[in-house]
Design a protein around this ligand. Structure first.
Ligand SMILES: Cc1ncc(COP(=O)(O)O)c(C=O)c1O
Length: 359
């Protein structure tokens, strides 16, 4: 597949939010793989140069200064930077480490946190989830998604679901769910059509982080319109648009690429979990998506050196890993509620993985 570049690709072309060709191709991918309750149309897709900047745009569009976003712990580390750094929005972290973060109890904890923070005069404007989850690598069951939607409707806040790992479910675990998109719920019946939004992109499932593409899929026309002027500051390049549109429109290529990725990721997961088991390292065992494993290294934290301070001990351990060539996300950097969590990216060559675990 070799997309021919045209003179118009050297211009502003159709503007900053993705060409019709790109949005049509992406709508087809979403309609094929996300099973939306009703087909997504190209007008309901807005492109930016990555999900990273989309987080910020949503924070600016949905929140007023001082408003807050609910985020369960642990969570993708950059949500903190992306939602907060250049905005006046705060995070309300919700400790889900003592419950199943994908279960009904989590929905109750979100509600408790919202009520508590409201009493302090702070308004929550949206709940952010990541499904499949980074760093846990697991998916939300449909019942929990429904409970979360009922919760946001009750308080008239928004639900933003980052589904950037949607198509990387690499194994079935009995009794655990595969990927269900919030788009597949009957939002209209739940009274949430204008409140539920999905972020998707090409950085993970399609391995194209360098193209810089993220999109919002939303049926809220007002929100979509409010994003457009912001997209001018973070529009994807028309060259990238052209490449991506060709790639996504090639349905056979997409299907074959995803199928191959899943097989290779499943094999890599088996190797990694085998090595971790052999080394006696505990880890979150319900992971079936993405390419990382959330390990619990609390047992190896040098607590004495850190005068019993767990976060300091995690930091010392992390520095020690860095000195021996291992760089991993930590509980601190992934909004963890307790120290000792480390994120292992397992899609490495076996000898690298084995050596990393040995070290
Ligand atoms: C959950 C999640 N969202 C968003 C991103 C970043 O996406 P993008 O490359 O589209 O900015 C990442 C990258 O690691 C991620 O893990």
């Amino acid at each position: 597949m070799k997309p021919p570049f045209l003179p118009k690709n050297c211009t502003y072309n159709e503007g900053p939010t993705g060409t019709v060709a790109l949005r049509t191709a992406m709508a087809n991918v979403v309609n094929e793989y996300f099973s939306p309750h009703e087909d997504i149309s190209l007008d309901e897709i807005t492109f930016t140069s990555g999900v990273t900047v989309l987080n910020e745009s949503l924070a600016l569009a949905l929140c007023d200064p001082g408003d807050s976003v609910l985020l369960g712990q642990p969570a993708y580390g950059s949500f903190g930077n992306d939602l907060v750094q250049r905005t006046t929005v705060n995070l309300t972290l919700v400790n889900l480490e003592n419950v199943d973060p994908f279960g009904m109890e989590a929905a109750n904890l979100y509600e408790e946190a919202l009520v508590e923070i409201k009493e302090q005069g702070i308004r929550v404007k949206f709940l952010m989830i990541c499904n499949p989850h980074n760093p846990l690598g697991a998916c939300y069951p449909k019942e929990t998604l429904v409970a979360l939607v009922k919760f946001i409707v009750k308080y008239n806040i928004h639900l933003v679901s980052d589904e950037i790992y949607a198509l990387l479910v690499f194994r079935e675990i009995p009794g655990r769910p595969n990927f269900t998109s919030v788009l597949s719920l009957d939002s209209e019946a739940l009274g949430a059509t204008h409140l539920v939004h999905v972020m998707y992109g090409m950085s993970k499932d399609l391995g194209c982080a360098g193209l810089r593409f993220g999109c919002l899929i939303s049926r809220n026309a007002q929100l979509n319109h409010s994003l457009w002027p912001m997209c001018r500051f973070a529009s994807p390049s028309d060259f990238s648009d052209h490449i991506a549109a060709h790639m996504l429109a090639d349905t056979r290529f997409v299907a074959e690429f995803l199928a191959k990725s899943r097989v290779e990721i499943a094999e890599a997961y088996q190797r990694a979990s085998r090595h971790l088991d052999k080394a006696g390292i505990p880890y979150y065992r319900h992971g079936n998506a993405g390419f990382f494993i959330w390990m619990d290294l609390s047992h190896w934290m040098p607590l004495e050196e850190a005068d019993g301070d767990g976060w300091q001990a995690e930091n010392i351990l992390s520095q020690r890993f860095k000195e021996s060539g291992l760089v991993m996300g930590t509980a601190k950097s992934y909004h963890g509620a307790k120290p000792g969590g480390f994120r292992l990216i397992f899609t490495l060559e076996e000898y690298v993985l084995e050596e990393g675990i040995r070290r």
